[in-house]
Design a protein around this ligand. Structure first.
Ligand code: NAD
Ligand code: UDP
Length: 311
């Protein structure tokens, strides 16, 4: 199959391109390089089944493809809040353009949605039938509401135009190829620990997140795309739930760093807890994560250690 991966030069996209090539597919990687890097896919460029296109998903594009993985969108709060209007345009116009393409060429299309559609959740753990608790006018809204509209567009193109859609709701995912200045908590803590800098906990560190290692996430993506039973949305994440203080201590222990923990103000609308209910993924996709946090952190620390030493 010929697969289009939008946001293919980003953290998750580059792992997905690699996996699809290994599975024997042709891959077109499309990116505007806002948070993606050519270096993430440099090792794939000699593969005759791989093609790279500089393009912005807010503009239409015509391509002959069988499958579309729509990942284009900055995912870290510091990046999606840098130009919030562009972020929501990317989610909404990107979805319209990619769904239009899918409709035209009859491609199956998967949307990389997010646990952020649950906002600051009043239901815990989060099941797919929970409608969420999202502030429509806050600093995270450009991302959360953009992703919610994208889900709406996917469902409407499916109901109205019979477009063959899939929706996955991704929970916090980490691993090699995150940017050192990405701003998300796992990369921040690891880079700070390796550099001997203070680990910055926002708030009192009691807020929780559930962290999924990238290889597990990609397996979930591929299973979702390859099955015919369910269009989604399906939660893909690791149900292991940790406070940010626990995460900081784990990183300090694994790196052997003498860094201290410091406390900074909690950003606005920061969700207090987040944990996926993955009953649906287990039954529909026969998927569950296999890499526990400690093991995934060890692999990610090796990656950042090498990266920082090479600079
Ligand atoms: P990332 O920032 O590394 O990747 C996003 C990619 O999209 C980058 O390569 C960026 O350059 C590209 N991009 C951004 N705007 C674009 C545009 N207008 N046109 C074309 N390309 C554009 O982030 P990631 O962690 O790899 O996330 C990938 C997708 O998964 C995003 O849609 C994100 O919302 C979703 N997601 C990720 C997580 C996570 O924990 N990593 C969690 C939930 C959802
Ligand atoms: N966070 C933190 N220190 C950091 C970066 C983030 O304590 O240096 C917190 C952040 O406030 C949030 C959690 O870690 O409560 C996860 O943040 P991230 O940006 O990784 O993901 P998201 O908030 O989008 O789930």
């Amino acid at each position: 199959m010929r697969c289009l991966v939008t946001g293919g030069a980003g953290f998750l996209g580059s792992h997905l391109c690699e996996r699809l090539l290994n599975d024997g597919h042709e891959v077109i990687c499309l990116d505007n390089y806002f948070t993606g890097r050519m270096a993430n896919v440099a090792h794939l460029r000699d593969n005759r089944n791989f093609e790279l296109i500089r393009h912005d998903v807010t503009e239409p594009i015509l391509l002959e493809v069988d499958r579309i993985f729509n990942l284009a969108c900055p995912a870290s709060p510091i990046h999606y809040q840098f130009n919030p209007v562009k972020t929501i345009k990317t989610s909404v116009m990107g979805a319209i353009n990619m769904l239009g393409l899918a409709k035209r060429v009859k491609a199956r299309i998967l949307q990389a949605s997010t646990s952020e559609v649950y906002g600051d959740p009043a239901v815990h753990p989060q099941t797919e039938d929970y409608w969420g608790n999202v502030n429509p006018i806050g600093i995270r809204s450009c991302y959360d509401e953009g992703k919610r509209v994208a889900e709406t567009l996917f469902m409407d193109y499916h109901r109205q135009n019979k477009v063959d859609i899939r929706i996955v709701r991704i929970f916090n995912t980490y691993g090699p190829r995150m940017l050192p200045n990405d701003g998300r908590v796992v990369s921040n803590f690891i880079v700070q620990a390796l550099n001997g800098e203070d680990l910055t906990i926002y708030g009192d560190g009691s807020q929780t997140r559930s962290f999924c290692y990238v290889d597990d996430l990609i397996e979930g993506f591929v299973r979702m795309m390859n099955q015919d039973k369910i269009i989604g949305p399906v939660n893909i994440g690791n149900p292991g739930e940790f406070t940010m203080l626990e995460l900081a201590k784990e990183v300090l222990e694994l790196t052997g760093s003498k860094s201290k923990i410091v406390y900074k103000p909690l950003p606005g609308d920061d969700p207090k807890m987040r944990r996926p209910d993955i009953t649906l993924a287990k039954s529909a996709l026969k998927w569950e994560p296999t890499i526990p946090l400690r093991q995934g952190l060890e692999k990610t620390i090796v990656y950042f250690d090498n990266l920082l030493k090479s600079k």
